[in-house]
Design a binder for this molecule. Sequence first.
Ligand code: CTP
Ligand code: MG
Length: 395
Amino acid sequence: MTSDLLPVPRVAVIVVAAGSGQRLAAGQPKAFVGLDEHTVLRHALVGVFAAPPAQVVVVAPADRVGDALTEARLAAGDRRDLVAVVAGGATRQESVAAGLDAVWPDVDWVLVHDAARALTPPAVFARVIAALESGKDAVLPVLPVVDTVKRVAGEVVSEPVDRSDLAAAQTPQGFSRVVLDAAYAAASADHTDDAALVQSAGTTVWTVPGDERGFKITTPADLDRARALLGAAPMPTAPAPPRVGIGTDVHAVGGDGELWLAGLHWPGEQALHGHSDGDAVAHAIVDAVLAAAGLGDIGTHFGTDQPQYAGAHAEAFLARTRTLVAEAGFAIGNVSVQVQALRPRFAARRAEAERVLTAALGAPVAVSATTTDGLGFTGTGEGVAAFAVAILVPR
Ligand code: CTP
Ligand code: MG
């Protein structure tokens, strides 16, 4: 299924994860072995989704397609419409062929990647894609061979090998889609990788630099290495979602002195009852912000047992609230507050109220005001009500 929101990408990545992992011998298919709290497959897919946008086809063992789909969706985030999972075959080559069948028609370039190369950095994908875009039909990430290499016959060295013209092949290997489709359609023998298959069909294979973190997890020692690397540099986790909070407050008209509302002094207007200045707008904001932070409500922090807030104005409440949520690790995104009141008339001072509240809270506060068509206590002018919503961002 293609997404309405995302353009159909020109690149597909086939992530082959259908092997059984005989050499790792972990008691289950290699892709589902845990590296930390996440599996080999999940790490591989996080890397794939951090690379330039692509259709992603995961090839999984036939009895683990559902598990693979769960992992793929979790790794994909808002790119989940780009994900498909298909069942693999008995050999890697058969698994790639199954993945190729699921590539969308519009795709021009196909990358084939081993899930077992779980820590491959996204930059390697970008390098392969850039080489394809520059017109190359087959691209292979490679590393120089660091060990001295020998050719052996049984237990005996038959000859030394000059390593200067050797390279170790990695994945993702990238191909023009036409070239890869044709090579697979014509393939008779089994090849160790896709570059070898395509080259046997007569296509020149170009190299780009690979990355040491793209090593293939094959043996238990490789698994230890991957786990150690993750311990040193934990996988980036998705940012915590923003948090929303709601607050309301009501005060009756008829307190002593003059009116304070929305952080403003209103000479000549009747005051509101309340422990402090009765500023229902400020108190609704405080409740909304505290709720979003999970810090209780206004009574938790500004109760009648705290005499310093008797008679205090909006600025004192909002400044303290700002400190409380900052200490709890949140930044305030913005606040929207609406006041329902017959009086005072807000229109002329709405912008002024927004400036005062915004300055005190340290985040944008939008103020709107309405009357209630003569209905209810706000309509008769017996009291004012305020409703606020706040959004907070974890830092
Ligand atoms: N692969 C696959 N289908 C197969 C065989 C392998 O999709 N029939 C995938 C593996 O899941 C792996 C990649 O190809 O991501 C490279 O293969 P390899 O490292 O050999 O993995 P396994 O075949 O699982 O391991 P082993 O050879 O030790 O059994
Ligand atoms: Mg294998």
